[in-house]
Design a protein around this ligand. Structure first.
Ligand code: SF4
Ligand code: SF4
Length: 165
């Protein structure tokens, strides 16, 4: 493949991409919208299967993406500068993959041409969210720590019951 016909994510640096190109890198998996807990002693992060209060479990998207900073001040805005340094970003996230010099996987919509492949490949958190953060107590949140959001995707073997359908 010549350089001119190669897709933009193979030829451009993250900070050279247009806004539309940058946004298209998000596969919509929703994993970054799951609540994380940090062990202050070790700095290690733990994912839960509880999502941010602004997450829409039906569409698997933020309910107010343009204004998310107002309602969720600690929602981290991804930039070319921080994409490679956020230790809690899922290993499947395109921003993390590209910032680490890796390629996009075959299930990424830009590669497959089909947004549904994010779900069929087990990347999406659709039907895997137990609850929203405002629906669980802190002790219950601790009980909801899960390994799968921080691992390379596998097809889910079962759905959760509280919120999942
Ligand atoms: S983890 Fe990455 S690809 Fe998935 S929703 Fe978040 S920003 Fe998008
Ligand atoms: S504010 Fe929106 S984008 Fe940010 S974590 Fe919550 S649901 Fe996700």
């Amino acid at each position: 493949m010549s350089e001119s016909s190669a897709p933009f994510w193979k030829t451009k640096r993250l900070d050279d991409m247009s806004e539309a190109e940058w946004e298209s890198l998000c596969d919509g998996c929703g994993r970054c919208c799951l609540i994380k807990m940090e062990d202050e002693d070790t700095g290690r992060y733990y994912f839960t299967d509880v999502a941010c209060k602004l997450f829409d479990a039906g569409t698997c998207r933020c309910r107010d993406y343009p204004n998310r900073d107002k309602e969720v001040p600690d929602c981290v805005r991804l930039t070319p500068e921080n994409a490679g340094s956020l230790g809690w970003m899922p290993p499947s996230c395109a921003y993390r993959l590209l910032s680490e010099g890796k390629n996009l996987p075959e299930w990424h919509p830009l590669v497959s041409g089909d947004p549904k492949t994010v779900e069929t490949a087990g990347v999406s958190i659709r039907n895997r969210v137990f609850a929203l953060e405002n629906e669980v107590s802190i002790p219950e949140l601790v009980e909801r720590i899960r390994k799968w959001p921080g691992q390379w995707p596998r097809r889910p073997s079962s759905s959760v019951t509280k919120m999942g359908k």
